[in-house]
Design a protein around this ligand. Structure first.
Ligand code: GLU
Length: 283
């Protein structure tokens, strides 16, 4: 049997900071301990915010940290055909629809999620004639998942959490399939949206263990649903805690002083950074 496959999937929308170093090292260390293969994926689907120099920065920072990977770097910007095929499959199966509502209209129609506190959107497919007329008029639309139809199709689902979610959730998790609402799958300005690209690529890269921050724990529910709808394999999940700065707030790309590049320029060594990250202090 093939060994485990792990990944790191940063978005090149800024320089990496301590939080990214923590996440990359959590995944890479677990991978190497399990004698697994490590994949690097550049999540550059957001054409407005992603920049080539940030990708170059990611490669430089990972080399500095001592994180290496196996096989080629996968760039989401080159994967459009795979995403379109996945979207077509959902649409042909009656699980995706064109939503012509404006941002404002979507915001006005938001309701509380069936399980949880988030406010989410449920829309509906337009009658065929109206849809055709709007398309002919060149109106903008987003492809959305009909999450309730999808949940009905998939039946009850679960995923295995081997780390912990934000509230300490661990072990088999019953998937709250409709908790995200009718998520956007694709849109003219962004092309494919995050959830669809991630599940298609995790499967393409044969990822067996997804290690990432627990800010993405909620996303796992809808990603698990998409995997089942698309007939993709089920990875195991390990969400880790989020690193916080001295002010108790999580690191974000806006904290320029905390980029790995800035630390390096201050003379901080990778060993010192790694010691400060306290990687073994996680669950
Ligand atoms: N590209 C995402 C980020 O940088 C991570 C996606 C994932 O790990 O699933 O936040």
């Amino acid at each position: 049997m093939a060994g485990p496959v792990f990944r790191f999937a940063p978005s090149p929308t800024g320089r990496l900071h301590r939080g990214h170093a923590f996440s990359a090292l959590m995944s890479w260390r677990a991978c190497r301990a399990a004698k697994g293969a490590f994949r690097l994926r550049i999540e550059d689907i957001d054409r407005v915010r992603c920049r080539p120099e940030f990708e170059a920065g990611i490669l430089e920072d990972l080399a500095w940290l001592g994180v290496d990977w196996d096989g080629p770097v996968l760039r989401q910007s080159g994967r459009g055909a795979a995403y379109e095929a996945a979207l077509a499959r959902l649409a042909e199966g009656g699980l995706a629809y064109r939503c012509f509502r404006t941002r404002r209209e979507v915001a006005d129609a938001m309701t509380r999620a069936p399980h949880g506190d988030e406010v989410v959107f449920f829309g509906e497919r337009l009658p065929e004639q109206e849809e055709a007329a709007r398309l002919a008029a060149g109106e903008a639309f987003a492809w959305r998942l009909d999450v309730r139809a999808a949940a009905e199709r998939s039946g009850p689902l679960s995923f295995l959490e081997t780390g912990a979610g934000p509230a300490g959730e661990t072990g088999r998790q019953i998937t709250q399939t409709d908790s995200a609402g009718d998520i956007v799958l694709a849109r003219r300005d962004i092309g494919v949206a995050y959830h669809l690209a991630v599940v298609v690529d995790d499967a393409f890269q044969e990822v067996t263990t997804v290690v990432r921050g627990c800010d993405l724990f909620a996303a796992t529910h809808v990603q698990r649903l998409l995997q089942v709808l698309l007939g993709l394999p089920e990875p195991v999940y390990r969400h880790h805690r989020l690193l916080v700065g001295p002010d108790g707030k999580r690191y974000a790309k806006r904290d320029r002083a905390e980029t790995l590049q800035a630390l390096r320029e201050l003379g901080v060594s990778p060993d010192r950074l790694i010691a400060e990250l306290d990687l073994d202090g996680d669950h």
